[in-house]
Each structure stands twice: as C-alpha cells, then as structure tokens.
Design a protein around this ligand. Structure first.
Ligand SMILES: [Cu+2]
Length: 501
C-alpha cells in the first residue's frame, strides 16, 4: 500500500493516543449504575467527615505535636516573623514538599541537595540559583502573602514533580495538617489520560506543508559510511543548545551532541576502543550513556555540570547497532530534544555473520518530534504525557519525501535501523518490496530468505533496539519506506526510494 503525502493524504494531526472504547460504563445502563454508586459514596463521605469533625481534634490543635509526612514543620511563628525550615532534595523530589506559613511572614529555606544532579527552587520569582550535589543553600524568599507553588526550574524537573507548595494560613501557629502539598509529587501524569486539544505553543505543520518544498530545509545525509581504519576512535564533542529548524516553518532550541541530531554515528570493529570526550557548553547538566559500552555507569554516565568535561571510554565487545543518549533526568526530555545517536559495530569479516556485499548502506534513526516554544524546545509536560506532534527518520519529519534516495534497478541496499523513541515503536516496512535479510538485537532472523522462497515484510524495532534489513529493487518506481504503525507514518516517518532503470 502507499501513503500519499499531500492535501488528501489524510494524515491525522490529532496528537492524542487512542482511548479505549467500550468496557464498563460504556453503555447507558452502566453509566446509570455508576452514577448511583458515586452518589452513595459521596453521601457516605459527607457523613464520615461530619463525624470526624465533631470527635477528633482539628488540624490547628495538632500543631507542634505531630508532623505530617509531607509538610515542613518546626517551631511556630506569628505574622510578620521569619519562618525557617529545612528541605532536602532526594531524587526528583523536595522533602518535605510543602510548608504552611502565616500570611505576611518571611520564608527562609535551608535546602540540601542530596541528588546527583543540579537543582534549584524558585518561589515568587526568587530563585536559589543552581544547588550542586551535596551543597546546602539558605534562601530568603521574602514575605509570603498568598499561597503559592514553587518549582525546580531545571528543564523537565517541574514536570517530574519537583514542586514545593507554600500554603498561607490566617496567622497563628503553623499547622501540620495535610495541605495542598500532601499530594504525591511527580504522580500527576501517571494513569491520567492526556488532555485533549491542540499544541498550545505551535501550529503543527500539516502533511501537505511537510511534503512541499520549504525554506531552510537541508536533508540529513542518510548514507552510512564504512568504518574508519584503526582500532582506537577518539572524539571531542561539544554539547550545545542551539536553535534549529525541526519542521517546516518552525525552529526551536534543540540539545545536541557535536552540533547534530541525531548525534554523530560511530562505526568500528569488534574489539575497537572508543574514547569520547564531552564538553558541556549548554545551560544545564547533560551526560551520555553508550549502550555498546559495558562499563561502570556510576563513573561513565555521571552528570556533566555546565562548563565541565567527561571522557567516556569503552571497548566494543559485541557487534550490532547500539543506541547512545543523554542520561540526564528526565531522559525523555533530553532524548526528545535530540540527544541520541547510534554506534555500529560490524560483525567480524570472515565470520559466519559477516556482512554481505551491498550497493549502499543507510541509517534511519526513528524518533518522535515534540514541537515547543522556539526558545524552549520540547515541552516537558507534553513529553511526559507522550503527546508528540510529529515523527521522524533522522530528526526531521518527511525529509526523504522531499529528498528521495535514488537507486537503479537491481541495486541491493542495507538499511540500518535504530529507534530512539522516547516512547513509540517502529514497524519498519518498504512499500513494494520484501526484506531478504533481517538482523536485529544480536541475531539474523532471516538471511538470504529468497533461497527458501520466503522473506519479511516488516521488522519490529522497539525503543532502544536496532538492526538492519537488506532488500533488492527489482523494478523502477517510487518505493516508500515507513513506520507501518500507520498514524506514525502519517506524522512523518515516511520517505521514498526512487528507483530507475
Ligand atoms: Cu542532556
């Protein structure tokens, strides 16, 4: 089948994942039944609250005698005085993550960062500045007159739950009751359906716009070059945050290894040493995780603070195609912003698994595209909610529709595949052709399958997996290559081989 790119292509722009239909409550009787249960529960809850209110002590009465699990407590202060509390950062969480304060009092927090990466806390526009791992900062946030929620401003951390609630009381003692801050930080997105609605930041380009010539577009070269000679491969990569066009008419900040998304493709032989020195020239922590490396994560995947460098060295013991990516939380956001790439290690020449002769090799790295404000890039909350706008091979939607890959009848090609995600699967298919050889994740699934009168139509590449397919073009024509998860093909994972006599 083919997927026309154009005004009638029917490319669905609705970003919301499918919702289950049917099931309990989907029919009229189910809804009625559920309504009565809800009303019953509500009445029971009101009765219970009334009983508790009459019999038990109110929150005020417990001040100073019991501490909630979530609220910062300590000596009470009055209006106009200074309330000082200790807070620690444990992973992606402020502990505690709330405080109660009499209206008009001054809030001072002594914040200790027990996490392995930098964080800050901003309340009412007052920011602590970055707090390094192990560091304690005392910050005066000024007088607080209204309840307010603060957060860590490091990219993506708010979406992961790094918020801090300041609840104003009407004076008197600081209560220890569970306030608004008692919610489980970081739990909000889990289990909740993504909200409906269009991207609030960007008008997502239509299929027609993506398929038409547009300014500022340069296709990424998909050709995979042979491995360089030598057994030690050394690289110096800057990590930068730069504005790039990521879709027709839309440029935004992307986060890059060596100025590229995907990052540079490394290639070598089994036993080769790779030594990559990264210089963080961005505005936040970054890091790297090479799946081809079998090394101590604590050392090699350490956070690289702004302005600092880290050398990651590994010996490639195993062949195949391996993902690398930034390993700074939230990884979904760092990957969504472009921090991923591939390492290709060839099967040993002369071995049973040695690569066959082909006319050309290509690499397609699949990923989702999250369009966001130009000066921000992907929006952390939309990434967390999996509300991607578009999809791409090599980080630009539909680029090989605009720049088809040309071949002659009879050519055999090897297509290396890597799925960077952050979340969606790839079912790779070439329209009008059949794979004669498929290798994924450490083994040939089929090889020279025409000899057995069979072949493969699609290869599944889950997130962080990779492999290659081989096929021959037998007739002239336009052969589309797609993610056969159709709506993802319609969002941009689509390109063409143009084959001529
Ligand atoms: Cu990063």
């Amino acid at each position: 089948m083919s997927i026309p790119i154009g005004p009638t292509g029917g490319a669905g722009m609705s970003p919301a994942p499918n919702k289950p239909t049917g099931g309990p409550g989907a029919d009229g009787r189910g809804i009625e039944w559920a309504s009565w249960v809800l009303i019953g529960l509500a009445i029971a809850a009101v009765v219970m609250l009334a009983v508790l209110g009459a019999a038990g002590p109110g929150p005020r009465d417990t001040a100073g005698t019991s501490a909630s699990a979530s609220g910062a407590t300590g000596p009470a202060v009055g209006e106009g005085e200074t309330l000082t509390r200790q807070v620690s950062i444990e992973g992606m969480l402020f502990v505690p993550n709330s405080v109660e304060i009499p209206a008009g009092s001054t809030l001072v927090l002594e914040i200790t960062n027990n996490d392995s990466q930098n964080h800050d806390l901003q309340i009412n526009g007052v920011n602590t500045g970055l707090i390094a791992p192990g560091e304690t900062v005392t910050q005066d946030f000024g007088a607080v007159t209204e309840s307010v929620t603060g957060w860590c401003t490091v990219a993506g951390h708010k979406a992961m739950g790094m918020t801090f609630d300041v609840t104003v009381t009407d004076g008197g003692a600081t209560g220890a009751a569970d306030g608004p801050g008692a919610h489980m930080a970081g739990s909000a997105p889990a289990g909740s359906a993504p909200a409906e609605g269009a991207n609030p930041f960007v008008t997502v380009p239509s299929a027609a716009q993506r398929g038409a010539e547009h300014e500022g577009f340069t296709p990424a070269n998909p050709v995979l070059a042979p491995a360089p000679t030598g057994t030690v491969h050394e690289f110096d990569w800057d990590i930068t945050e730069e504005v790039r066009q990521v879709a027709p008419g839309h440029s935004q900040v992307v986060w890059l290894f060596d100025g590229q998304a995907p990052g540079p493709t490394l290639r070598g032989q089994v036993g080769d040493t790779f030594r990559i020195t990264l210089h963080n020239k961005g505005t936040m922590d970054h890091s790297i995780d090479f799946h081809a490396g079998e090394v101590n994560p604590d050392k090699h995947m350490a956070q690289i603070p702004v302005g600092e460098s880290l050398t990651y060295e590994f010996v490639a013991n195993r062949y195949g195609i391996w993902m690398y990516h930034c390993a700074t939380a939230p990884m979904s956001l760092h990957i969504a912003n472009g921090m991923f790439g591939g390492v290709v290690i060839d099967p040993p020449a002369g071995s049973a698994d040695a690569l066959s002769e082909v006319d050309e090799e290509y690499l397609f790295v699949a990923s989702e595209m999250f369009l966001g404000p130009g000066d921000v890039g992907a929006d952390a909350q939309r990434v967390s909610d999996r509300r991607y706008d578009l999809t791409a091979f090599n980080f630009y939607p539909n680029q090989y529709d605009l720049a088809p890959i040309e071949h002659k009848v009879g050519d055999t090609v090897r297509l290396w595949l890597l799925n960077a995600g952050p979340d969606q699967s790839l079912s790779f298919h070439v329209v009008g052709d059949v794979f004669d050889t498929v290798f994924t994740e450490g083994r040939y699934i089929i090889r020279d399958a025409h000899e057995r009168d069979t072949g493969a139509q699609a290869v599944d590449v889950s997130v962080a997996q990779g492999g290659f397919v081989e096929l021959t073009f037998n007739e002239p024509g336009n052969y589309a290559f797609v993610n056969h998860q159709m709506t993802d093909a319609e969002k941009g994972q689509h390109g063409f081989f143009t084959v001529t006599d």
